[in-house]
Design a protein around this ligand. Structure first.
Ligand code: SAM
Ligand code: SF4
Length: 335
């Protein structure tokens, strides 16, 4: 039987063109909003190998995915990441994929920035929530700010385009915003602020950490001239140009301003599970298809079937009624 060649669409007619692939759920940091200090990771034997990750990526590329983001956990702690990237680069060379990007905490970037660039990566997101070394250590439970700053320098030297991602933590971002903005924009990097999402138990209070970016943006307008950009970037960030710095500032507001109607993405975890929506508990195990006699066709069928059941929108809520969240962590499904 031949494989379906139509591009992937979900049950609501939304084209699926973007895959976020979590290459490991492990991480060298323990950010307070992401995972607990003593996180229980997927057993090593259950993590997908490079060949399996490559097969899954290939199935999505065949179904019309144009962009793949490698994420985690911390993707740069995976030793065979360059091998995976070199394999995926064939889709770039063949024009079947527009780009491969990476999300990283930056801790290993000084060592690996050149390798990423050599493997065809042109853009990366680096997570950085504060420029205060003590506060950074506290938020990440042990991280060194200097490692990240050196990593960012190395990435710039390697020619990578960088967006700084800052989770907007109440009590942190109000004070850190201007420093982060000036740092990012004076180094030619965009800054994106992200609302804290209630994913997994972290040993901290979500309600205390959460700040509505819709509200925060209004406060920023008192001091900064923010002009909304006409062009859509295809992602969930709403971008503005900051007149005083000339740089780009993005707002990612899954809670205060939902963007599900234009969702074009799915996630695959390093455990082989396909998550069609970050805000729902459901997932589909792709391993049986991977282990089948015709993995390409079986993967295609399993993915198409799951996409028909992709929810219309997430059900997150953080408000006076409490927190309506999801049990699994961002690091499992690929944030
Ligand atoms: N370790 C890498 C990093 O930190 O960039 C990649 C994986 S991390 C899960 C991807 C992004 O998700 C980061 O920008 C991180 O700040 C964000 N993140 C993690 N947990 C989150 C949460 N509960 N709510 C909102 N963003 C979260
Ligand atoms: Fe690790 Fe990224 Fe999660 Fe922080 S946000 S604990 S760096 S996976």
């Amino acid at each position: 039987m031949t494989t379906d060649t139509r591009p992937f669409v979900d049950g609501f007619g939304r084209p699926v063109t973007y895959l976020r692939l979590s290459v490991t759920d492990r991480c060298d940091l323990r950010c307070t909003y992401c995972m607990p200090q003593h996180m229980i990771f997927t057993p090593r034997k259950s993590l997908l190998g490079v060949v399996e990750l490559d097969r899954i990526a290939e199935a999505f590329v065949a179904g019309g995915v144009r962009k793949i983001r490698l994420t985690g956990g911390e993707p740069l702690v995976r030793k065979d990441l360059p091998e995976l990237l070199r394999g995926l680069a064939r889709h770039l060379a063949a024009g079947r994929l527009d780009e491969i990007t990476v999300s990283t905490n930056g801790s290993q970037l000084a060592r690996l920035a050149e390798t990423l660039a050599d493997c065809g990566v042109r853009r990366i997101n680096v997570s950085l929530d504060t420029l205060d070394p003590d506060q950074y250590r506290e938020i990440t439970r042990g991280g060194e700010l200097s490692d990240v700053l050196e990593g960012i320098e190395a990435a710039r030297r390697a020619g990578l385009s960088i967006r700084i991602n800052s989770v907007a933590l109440r009590g942190v971002i109000e004070e850190q915003f201007e420093r982060l903005l000036r740092y990012a924009h004076s180094n030619d990097m965009a800054l994106a602020l992200i609302e804290t999402m209630p994913l997994g138990e972290t040993g901290t209070s979500r309600a205390d950490q959460y700040l509505s970016l819709t509200e925060f943006r209004k406060q920023l307008s008192d001091k900064w001239s923010l002009s909304a950009l006409e062009r859509k970037t295809g992602g969930p960030a709403q971008y503005v140009e900051v007149k005083q710095t000339g740089g780009l500032l993005g707002f990612i507001t899954p809670l205060s301003c939902n963007f599900c109607a234009t969702c074009n993405r799915v996630r695959v975890g390093s455990n082989g599970r396909l998550y069609t929506c970050m805000g729902h508990e459901g997932s589909v195990d792709l391993r049986p298809a991977l282990a089948g006699t015709e993995p390409a066709r079986q993967l295609d069928l399993a993915i198409r079937d799951a996409l028909m059941r992709k929810p219309e929108r997430h059900g997150f809520r953080i408000g006076q009624a409490g927190v309506n969240g999801i049990g699994r962590h961002m690091s499992v499904l690929g944030g």
